[in-house]
Design a protein around this ligand. Structure first.
Ligand SMILES: [Fe+2]
Ligand SMILES: [Fe+2]
Length: 210
């Protein structure tokens, strides 16, 4: 697998950009490492999980593009085309396609295999925990969005509005994401990451509310 992985990594390096730290090469490395870990715990097939994890976002479509909901299908098609050129064993193409297609929220695919569940969990887990906090604030910078609402930073008395406030994204999306994990190990890790985000919010509360 190591020789294959070198090829997967060099392919994904062509699209992973430094413009968006939420989707740079480090993101792919983390998702691959996490996928391997979940794969061991959940008894998935690494021949399917590892290429799918490396190539899960081979086609990157901007958040505001009408093609956005098709990004994971386009990535799956491109990945299979690439694996074909490499001479990767064809018997894995169908489950790899399904795992890549199914990973994204916007594709809304019902993930059927343990391998697809693993890649989806790994990608979502990377948005949680300490790294999730880092990614969330990096995105805030890109979108020029405020860190928090001055009057009610932690949404104690209002609906979260993550178009305006970064901390609101924790409440609007991230904490809910932790509950969408499909594997047992993913759910446990998601819970751990939510705890660490709550610790972060507690520290922030003590620093900004005086
Ligand atoms: Fe993705
Ligand atoms: Fe991703």
């Amino acid at each position: 697998m190591a020789a294959w992985e070198e090829k997967f990594e060099s392919k994904i390096s062509e699209v992973a950009t430094v413009d968006d730290p939420a989707h740079d090469l480090l993101h792919f490395r983390r998702v691959v490492a996490l996928s391997k870990d979940l794969c061991r715990r959940e008894n998935g097939n690494p021949e399917v999980v590892v290429p799918a994890a490396w190539l899960h976002d081979l086609v990157i479509v901007p958040k505001d593009s009408p093609l956005r909901s098709q990004a994971s299908r386009l990535s799956a098609e491109k990945a299979i085309e690439f694996l074909g050129q490499l001479g990767y064993p064809e018997k894995y193409f169908e489950p790899i396609f399904h795992a890549i297609h199914g990973h994204s929220f916007s594709a809304n695919v019902d993930v059927k295999t343990i391998e697809a569940k693993i890649v989806q969990d790994a990608d979502r887990l990377d948005g949680l925990g300490a790294i999730g906090v880092a990614r969330c604030f990096a995105t805030a910078g890109l979108l020029k969005r405020a860190f928090y609402n001055m009057d009610d930073p932690f949404c104690d008395e209002r609906e979260p509005d993550d178009a305006q406030f970064t901390i609101d994204h924790f409440y609007k999306k991230l904490f809910k994401t932790a509950k969408t994990m499909k594997t047992k190990s993913g759910l446990e890790e998601g819970q751990r990451r939510v705890e660490s985000m709550r610790v972060f919010l507690d520290s922030l509360r003590s620093e900004i509310l005086r």
